[in-house]
Ligand binder design. Structure first.
Ligand code: NAD
Ligand code: USQ
Length: 418
């Protein structure tokens, strides 16, 4: 691992910069004096329109965001609309800006979305795998020294009955030893798209000497960073529906409007979690301590682990401290996943680089719930309802109810039109 730390004035491309994490990341790096090129094809806004979902926190257009950022800070974020599946566009971006680092968030990131039907599974894997492949080729051809920082997910590993290492496992088999990628048993076509990406990235580091950091990130929570709070037009999104909203976001929204918390099955499903501010810190640490040429580093990027049941209890406890009773309902689980399992995932590398974590304390939960409460008039309770995508049967009632046309016949082409 390189010992370089804290360079400033790097040119960094943030791909997926209109998203929940991408937008605060773009501001965070701009504040630190880096030259930020923010790229997105706005597909996510389009998928929201198609499915009748929306961010609870109102979000401004990218044009308004970068204008407001410039006005408040005097700093420039260069905004470019481009689709990662369009190789010419990706190649041209790398050639024009010659970034020293690329932070790649630009993927379809919902597991339920990927399980709606064949078309959504294909869209997800085509969007994610082709986008990352295009980026790898563009880096090889245009900026071979560029550091790729790629957002993967802890869900790539699944929930094995052994400790989860950071990317690689030392194995002894029939008297021989090797260090091999940790086995991956992902739980949705979305999570599998990240496994495929990881394999392609690892190959590109070996074949072409690309420098890469593959961040297996846990579930991110929180809505505010020091930059998003500067102005309403700098806010980032907050998803609460059953397609895009994570369990924790949904529980906060359900508690805020007095609906029961929707725990799927027994609720023993355990995952890694981290605060949005720690995501900023982790990625900045990876950026300032780059991988070597030909190195494929894997960091497990989370700070704490909780079961779904524990999350629901935490939210209910916060409400109780305000004298409010919150019901927790255990619904039939729409997913195919273990509901009680061993889970012990290592996450040492980022701590070694200097990460100082925030923890999911009552105060943080309280502030998220309060934020949702202040927006309660915007909450459509239909979107908080019971799960709508079954891992076995697919389908999405919300999608059909809102769009009135069911799943669009070719969402892949549609997304290109974005
Ligand atoms: P998001 O959906 O809010 O943002 C993703 C952005 O990427 C969107 O703005 C979308 O328009 C853009 N995008 C998608 N496909 C694109 C394409 N082909 N070309 C250009 N832009 C495209 O998601 P997020 O929550 O900000 O997640 C960012 C990344 O982090 C994703 O890769 C996700 O898989 C990963 N991740 C997220 C979490 C989480 O809890 N949010 C946890 C682990 C990993
Ligand atoms: N769950 C509930 N109730 C709900 C919603 C979900 O009990 O109302 C359960 C699910 O069954 C699952 C767990 O909560 O067991 C986590 O689901 P989630 O929707 O919060 O998170 P997930 O689908 O895993 O996806 C989210 C992000 C994804 C990221 C992933 C990180 O959407 O982009 O990759 O978290 S990780 O979980 O580490 O793979």
């Amino acid at each position: 691992m390189s010992s370089r730390t804290k360079p400033s004035g790097l040119t960094v491309a943030v791909l997926g910069a209109d998203g929940y994490i991408g937008w605060p990341m773009a501001m965070h790096l701009s504040r630190q004096g880096h030259r930020v090129v923010a790229v997105d094809n706005l597909a996510r806004r389009r998928w929201d329109r198609e499915g009748g979902t929306y961010s609870l926190v109102p979000i401004a257009t990218m044009a308004r965001r970068v204008a407001r950022w410039r006005q408040l800070t005097g700093r420039e974020i260069i905004w470019r609309r481009a689709d990662m599946r369009d190789f010419r566009a990706v190649d041209a971006l790398m050639a024009e800006f010659r970034p020293q680092a690329v932070i790649h968030f630009a993927e379809q990131r919902s597991a339920p979305f990927s399980m709606i039907d064949r078309a959504h599974a294909v869209l997800t894997q085509e969007n994610n795998v082709v986008g990352t492949l295009n980026l790898l080729f563009a880096i090889r051809d245009q900026v071979p020294d560029c550091h790729l920082i790629k957002l993967g997910t802890m869900g790539e590993y699944g929930t094995p009955n052994i400790d989860i290492e950071e990317g690689y496992l030392e194995i002894e088999h029939n008297g021989r030893r090797d260090r091999l990628p940790f086995p991956k048993v992902a739980g949705s076509f979305y999570h599998l798209s990240k496994v495929h990406d990881s394999n392609n990235i690892y190959f590109a580091t070996r074949a072409w000497g690309v420098r890469a950091t593959d961040l297996n990130q846990g579930v991110v929570y929180g809505v505010d960073t020091e930059d998003t709070v500067l102005h309403p037009e700098l806010s980032t999104r907050f998803d609460f529906d059953s397609i895009w909203g994570t369990a924790l976001n949904r529980f906060c929204a359900q508690a805020a409007v007095g609906e029961p918390l929707t725990v799927y099955g027994k609720g023993g499903q355990t995952r890694g979690f981290l605060d949005l501010r720690d995501t900023m810190a982790c990625i900045t640490l990876a950026l300032h301590n780059p991988a070597e040429r030909g190195e494929c580093r894997v960091f497990n990027q989370f700070t704490e682990q909780f079961s779904v049941r524990e999350l629901a209890a935490l939210v209910a406890k916060v409400r109780e401290s305000h004298g409010l009773k919150t019901e927790i309902s255990h619904l039939p689980n729409p997913r195919v996943e273990l509901e009680e399992h061993y889970y012990n995932a290592k996450h040492q590398h980022l701590l070694d680089l200097g990460l100082e974590p925030h923890y999911l304390a009552d105060t943080l939960l309280e502030s998220v719930i309060a934020r949702v409460e202040s927006l309660r008039d915007r909450v459509d309770r239909v979107l908080l309802e019971a799960p709508s995508v079954s891992w076995k049967r697919g389908g999405n009632e919300i999608w059909e109810r809102y769009s009135g046309q069911g799943v669009s016949s070719d969402p892949v082409k549609g997304a290109l039109a974005g």
